[in-house]
Design a protein around this ligand. Structure first.
Ligand code: GLU
Length: 385
C-alpha cells in the first residue's frame, strides 16, 4: 500500500506511453472512486480523471471507461451497513448506486462537452460470439459519435456472486470486444512485484512483462492473498485476456489526481505487452471457432470483393445452408464450392435466406426492420481459402 500511494514519478525518456494508443479502455476500481468511509463519490478525483480523458480525446484517442463503484455507492443509500452483503443486497445496492455513478460521470465529462453513454454488460455478452456482436457494434458506434461509453457489469441481474475485482476481467473483455490497443487498470497498487511489497521491503517491482509465464503467475499469488479476489490474480487473468486479444495492459496506482497524466509522465507501473495487433488477434479468435453453424455460397462478383478485403453483402449470396443464428460463425464458399472465408453472421439463416441476392437497401422492406447492410462485416471476416 505504501508503494501504491507514492508512485515514483520519474520522467520517462522518449514519447509518452500512450502516444501510440488509439483506443483505450480505462478500468476504475471502487476504492478510487468512492470514499470507503462515507460512501460518497470522490468528485475531485473524478473531475481530474475527466480532464485526463478530455485531453486524450483532444489528441484523437478514443476512450472507454469500465467503472466499478455501484455497490459501494448504493449500499449507503439503502442503509445496508453490514460488512458482508448477501447477493440480493449487493444487487439492490448496485441498482441504486449505478444511477449515481452514471450521473457523476455525466457531470464530470460534461464540463468538457463530452457525452457519456451507459453500457451494462453481462459476462455472456462479452464471452460468447453470438452475443458480442451487438455490444461491439453499439460501443464502436458510440465512439464514432464522439461519446465516452461508461461500462459496468449488469449487477442487478447477475446470476453469479458479484466479486470485487470482476471488473478487471470485464475491462479486459471489453478491450477484446472493441479491439482496443491499450487497457489501463487504475488500481491501488503500482504494478507487479516478485513478492508482497507490503511485507517484504526487498520486493522487486516488475516494469514490463513480455509473456505471462508460470513464474509471473506465481508472483501474482505471492503479492498478498488478502486482496486476492481484487488483487493481482484477477489482474493477471485480465492481462491474459487482453494481451491475447492484441491489447497491451498496464497496472498503475490510480490514487493520485490525474492518474492518466501521471502514467504519461512516466510513473512506476507494470506493462503487459501484447504480441499481436488487436486486428490480427480478433481474426484469430474468429477463425478459432471449432464448428461452423452454417454456410453461404457466393457469386463470382462477391468472391472477388471479399478477396479485395470488402464486407460480404447479401446481394452476392446465392445459397444459405444450416440453422445458424445471428453472431454464429459460418463458412463462406466460392462459386466452385471451396471454402474461401469464415466469419460472424449479422443475420440468422432464415433472414439471410430471405435477403440473399438483394441489395442492402431492400433489407428493410423484406424483413420489416433495418439491420446491418452487410451479412458479414469485414471486421468479422477471415479469408481462409
Ligand atoms: N460491478 C461492481 C460495482 O460496480 C464491482 C465489481 C468490481 O469491483 O470489480 O459495484
Amino acid at each position: 500500500m505504501v508503494a501504491a500511494l507514492n508512485p515514483v514519478a520519474s520522467q520517462a525518456e522518449g514519447p509518452s506511453p500512450l502516444e501510440d494508443a488509439r483506443r483505450i479502455v480505462v478500468k476504475i476500481g471502487s476504492a478510487l472512486l468512492v470514499d470507503q468511509e462515507s460512501g460518497q463519490i470522490r468528485h475531485d478525483w473524478l473531475r481530474a480523471l475527466a480532464d485526463d480523458v478530455a485531453d486524450l480525446r483532444a489528441r484523437g484517442k478514443e476512450v472507454l471507461i469500465v467503472s466499478s463503484g455501484a455497490i459501494a455507492v448504493g449500499r449507503r443509500h439503502l442503509g445496508l451497513t453490514s460488512l458482508a452483503l448477501k447477493l440480493e443486497e449487493k444487487q439492490a445496492a448496485a441498482a441504486t448506486g449505478q444511477i449515481r455513478l452514471a450521473h457523476a460521470y455525466e457531470e464530470a465529462l460534461a464540463r468538457h462537452g463530452i457525452t457519456v453513454a451507459q453500457v451494462l454488460l453481462s459476462p455472456e455478452d462479452t464471452e460468447r460470439r453470438r452475443r458480442h456482436l451487438n455490444a461491439r457494434a453499439t460501443m464502436t458506434t458510440l465512439l464514432s459519435l464522439g461519446a465516452v461509453p461508461v461500462i459496468n457489469e449488469n449487477d442487478t441481474v447477475a446470476t453469479a456472486e458479484i466479486r470485487f475485482g470482476d471488473n478487471d476481467r470485464l475491462g479486459a473483455r471489453v478491450a477484446q470486444m472493441v479491439s482496443a490497443d491499450t487497457l489501463v487498470l487504475l488500481s491501488d497498487v503500482d504494478g507487479l512485484y516478485d513478492a508482497d511489497p507490503r511485507s517484504n521491503p526487498n520486493a522487486r517491482h516488475i516494469a514490463s512483462v513480455e509473456r505471462i509465464t508460470p513464474e509471473i503467475e506465481a508472483m501474482a499469488g505471492a503479492a498478498g492473498t488478502d486482496h486476492a479476489s481484487g488483487g493481482m490474480i484477477t489482474k493477471i487473468a485480465a492481462a491474459r485476456i487482453a494481451t491475447s486479444a492484441g491489447c497491451r495492459m498496464v497496472i498503475i496506482a490510480g490514487e493520485p489526481l490525474n492518474p492518466l497524466a501521471v502514467l504519461e509522465g512516466g510513473a512506476r507501473c507494470t506493462w503487459f505487452q501484447a504480441s499481436d495487433t488487436p486486428r490480427a488477434a480478433r481474426k484469430n479468435w474468429i477463425a478459432s471457432a471449432i464448428s461452423a453453424a452454417g454456410a453461404v455460397h457466393l457469386d463470382a462478383g462477391a468472391e472477388r470483393a471479399l478477396a479485395r478485403g470488402r464486407s460480404l453483402l447479401p446481394a452476392g449470396v446465392t445459397e444459405v445452408h444450416g440453422g445458424f443464428e445471428r453472431g454464429d460463425l459460418i463458412t463462406v464458399h466460392g462459386v466452385d464450392g471451396r471454402e474461401i472465408a469464415r466469419g460472424l453472421a449479422a443475420y440468422g439463416a432464415a433472414d439471410a435466406a430471405r435477403i440473399k441476392g438483394h441489395k442492402s437497401r431492400e433489407i428493410e422492406a423484406i424483413l420489416g426492420y433495418r439491420g446491418r447492410d452487410e451479412l458479414i462485416h469485414r471486421d468479422d471476416l477471415v479469408l481462409t481459402g
